[in-house]
Design a protein around this ligand. Sequence first.
Ligand code: 5GP
Ligand code: MN
Length: 346
Amino acid sequence: MPEFGKYTKELKKLIAEADHILLICHINPDGDAVGAMLALRRWIIHQGKNAAMISPNALQQFLLWMNGVDSIVDFHHNIEAGTRLISEVDLIIMVDFNSSSRMGKAEQLVLDSKAKKVMIDHHPDPSQLADLIISDVSRSSTSELVYFLVNGMEGEEFNDSEFITAVYVGIITDTGNFEHGYYTGDTMRTVGHLLDKGVDKEKIFNHIFSNFSPDRIRLKGFALHSRMVVHPDLHTAYIWLTKEDLERFRHVKGDTEGFANVLLTMKGIVLSVLFIERTGFVKMSLRSKGSFNANVLSRKCFNGGGHRNAAGGEMKGTIHDVVSHFETTLPTFRKELDEAAAEMNR
Ligand code: 5GP
Ligand code: MN
């Protein structure tokens, strides 16, 4: 990102000038959203200030071990307190999202707020939602970006242990512990530093990735066995799960995390989609390999968005409506799918 120093200077100034700061992340926050928010808050606290935090809805259970999560206001379940918070602050820092709809029910209040606004994110094409937009798609995660911003503001390594843990959570979340996603030499140098500083990588890995119930493991087996469709000619595979399927395996939030990635381990597959039926709509997760742009497909097909290789969206209707819409649209991407698959074989 050009002029990184300019961004750190401006961010530092905005934080220094603010009396009441609010950090807000995206709905259904993942380890990166929460990690980035907690990491930045640690540094703000280190400055002798405080920062309130809002998540548009509840955190998943596997993140609840993190220090500081108790202070995150779940907007969906605390609309009054959340509304008051938004009205009181003079600086709002939006973390790990690029479009206002990702703030759920807090969206309009934040948009209407007179507070100064900052966006810190790594998704492509940020909406012009903030006075200061720090958007860097070359970062593995918003947490990695926060790591560099904080060290820039600090003028040296900020070695707080909660900060280090939160950054590590964000990086391993968005890269699937370096299995997918986008990461660079900078990411690995950051990770090297975090390990040097004693980050407890085993504990964190277990919290994030080895935290499943027997029901979840069975749901995964069922999904792969009975709900997987493969189109070898289109280099695409998907899984569809109905509401009844989810109920049968006593699904809890987060149980289907990672299902779409599994499909990409099949030879020749460059696009995978997971369709999950909710009440009146379907949520999808898309994953892709190489040049195939899941973000573009998600935008065109599902009014969604995301990154090139990891995107998502929502669509009204039953699972059968949505899957059939996908089946109809998919062949229009044949050329791009063929190209990405050819690259994989090089
Ligand atoms: P996941 O499949 O893990 O839920 O989401 C993958 C990525 O897709 C997220 O990091 C986020 O950038 C994006 N994403 C997921 N759901 C949506 C959505 O409904 N709308 C948009 N614009 N992006 C989404
Ligand atoms: Mn992220």
